[in-house]
Ligand binder design. Sequence first.
Ligand code: NAP
Length: 295
Amino acid sequence: MTGANEKVCLITGCSSGLGIGLAVELAQRGHIVIATMRNLDKQAALRAALSDAEVETEIAALDVQHGPGFDSLVNRIVEEHTRIDVLVNNAGVGFLLATEDANEEHIQQVLDINVMGVVRGTRSVIPHMRRARRGHVVNISSLAGLVGQPFNEIYCASKFAVEGYTEAMASYMAPAFGIHFTSVLSGRIDTEFGANAARLVQGTAPVEREDYRPIREKYLAGAARRSSPESGIVQSAAEVAAIVANCIELDSPPVRLITSAWAEAMCRIKTEADPTGRRMQQAVIDVFLEGKEVE
Ligand code: NAP
């Protein structure tokens, strides 16, 4: 791929899971990919996946909890490639504890990575995209960004925030500067996500109150069923990556991208009238920027 179709793409959280899938998929399609991770000691899995696919990306260190790191990497990318076209805010952590069982430090960490990480990345790329009058920020949200789920309230709060942030940015960045915003909602993706969420609280012996045990057991039994291959619910990282890459290659990407029929069915009560978020985007533009009456 050359010229106008070749996009310079920065992806966060490429040490595992969907980040690896996205880096490989976008590189295979001929885009210039800067695949980042907070700990370069973990680059073996990405390197192996790239080598299997016979493609290359740049690999760079980036911790989404560190704003200056984002700024200097983005500035360097723009110096080298003259532009940045796509930021995929993929880095994220899960969290599965009842609110009163969770400690504040862990809650802050989840919110900082999942919400502030997205805001920091966006702040870094926006000046360049605004000057170029084009760009696309893809925020990997979740079904948990639209549907509150038991014991996931902290994670849901973080992904609901990503949804609100995406929707608000899409309402003026796209029409004014050609910078598109998309949030991506998946159900279950086959990655290390659950194990990594457990690792976050490892060694701190979180309290798990007896009162919650029966509800938690029900929830966990359902989660195990949904996670089994027989459920037909789980998507592979490669499958989701291909859906996201298709969206990145659209001239006019949607505000919301739901990646599976199951996730779509789960969201339908909220999204039936506007699955892609385009109607809401237009309504906000009409009322908040064009002075029209609410219909
Ligand atoms: P994963 O395998 O656990 O990958 C998460 C990635 O985020 C890892 O590379 C991790 O790096 C990185 N990360 C965490 N904190 C970071 C930080 N401070 N700076 C930079 N990178 C950081 O899980 P995944 O499923 O691929 O998750 C990717 C995204 O998909 C997340 O935003 C998640 O919320 C979303 N999602 C996942 C599912 C699912 O079922 N798996 C469903 C819907 C949405 P380390 O290796 O250093 O920890």
